[in-house]
Ligand binder design. Structure first.
Ligand SMILES: Cc1cc2nc3c(=O)[nH]c(=O)nc-3n(C[C@H](O)[C@H](O)[C@H](O)COP(=O)(O)OP(=O)(O)OC[C@H]3O[C@@H](n4cnc5c(N)ncnc54)[C@H](O)[C@@H]3O)c2cc1C
Length: 279
């Protein structure tokens, strides 16, 4: 199918993009186009205006700023996948990257687009949540920061207002005591996950602290399993699996019961690696 007719504007600055968003409630930002263009072609959305942000300078850097890693919204998945800064200071994101679609998609798709799109089966929203990261949003009244815990509101729904643009994400820089784990089950490599898990923790002697387990593909948003986090901090993997407080709905990939079983399988694998300090 072909998209419904739309107008096109190429923004040259964040301010211009935000002004255009404010003037037109039916507008959409165009980043890598890897999700948006498909929804247009299938007529799942019909915005009256596409605001292309690919010409906005300064939105594609990966920088260590103090204790955090800041990733500009227009950073392509492929750039993050190759980044030494990401490999060293955001190893969970490095682990997730190869699972996102295929090379051609990663060459165009952006981290900002993936987080703003908020597909519940996507890898990066879950990584942001597991890392206790945050989103920087720019709107008509300036910039604000939104914690990942408050950002994902519902199915493809975030805390961004219609006149706001995501300009960067920030995650804490990994230190010596950082432990991360990632696993997903997909029908074929590169497909969206049936179920996935992004996890982070801090090693405290032989125990784990600040455990954060973010599952994806199990509900309308990436979801933390807080009872399992507590059990894992107590060092008990079996108890963490038994405590799994998820109720995934059935979807086209699998029934809720199968997804819950698979979530337990992934949790066991990831928890073991977190405890042993293996990536
Ligand atoms: C065949 C295929 C397989 C894929 N497999 C996976 C997969 O396994 N895992 C996965 O995570 N993704 C997958 N993707 C999607 C891919 O990761 C996209 O890159 C990503 O979802 C969206 O990023 P984008 O830059 O292409 O955004 P776009 O498609 O340009 O935009 C997506 C949405 O986000 C909004 N948006 C974009 N940037 C911003 C911003 N800065 N601020 C506010 N709103 C913004 C747009 O208005 C639009 O509504 C796949 C895509 C394809 C085509």
């Amino acid at each position: 199918m072909k998209p419904a007719p739309f107008a096109y504007a190429k923004a040259r600055s964040v301010e211009q993009a935000v002004a255009l968003l404010g003037e037109n409630k039916e507008a959409r930002l165009l980043a890598g186009g890897q999700s948006l263009i498909a929804t247009l072609n299938m007529r799942l959305s019909a915005p009256s205006l596409l605001i292309d942000i690919n010409g906005v300078d300064g939105l594609d850097g990966i920088t260590k700023k103090g204790d955090a890693i800041e990733i500009g919204a227009l950073t392509r998945h492929a750039a993050a996948e190759r980044s030494e800064t990401i490999a060293r200071y955001a190893p969970l994101i490095a682990r997730a990257m190869p699972h996102i679609g295929h090379v051609a998609i990663r060459n165009r798709g952006t981290l900002g687009g993936s987080i703003a799109f908020a597909d519940p089966a996507a890898e990066l929203p879950a990584c942001l949540l597991a890392l206790d990261g945050e989103v920087e949003a720019s709107g008509p009244t300036g910039r604000r920061t939104i914690k990942a815990d408050d950002f994902f509101k519902g199915l493809f729904e975030t805390a961004l207002a219609s006149s706001e643009m995501l300009t960067a994400i920030r995650v804490p820089a990994a230190g010596e005591d950082t432990r991360v784990g990632f696993a997903e089950l997909a029908r074929r490599h590169g497909d969206y996950a049936i179920v996935g898990l992004a996890a982070s923790a801090r090693a405290e002697g032989k125990s784990l602290a600040d455990v954060r387990l973010a599952f994806f593909g199990v509900g309308a948003t990436p979801m933390r399993a807080k009872k399992s986090e507590a059990a894992l901090a107590g060092g008990d993997i079996e108890a963490a699996v038994a405590a799994l407080d998820l109720e995934p709905p059935d979807d086209v990939q699998a029934s809720g019961a199968v997804k819950k079983h698979l979530a337990g399988v992934l949790l066991k694998r990831v928890a073991k690696r977190l405890m042993e300090g293996k990536p």
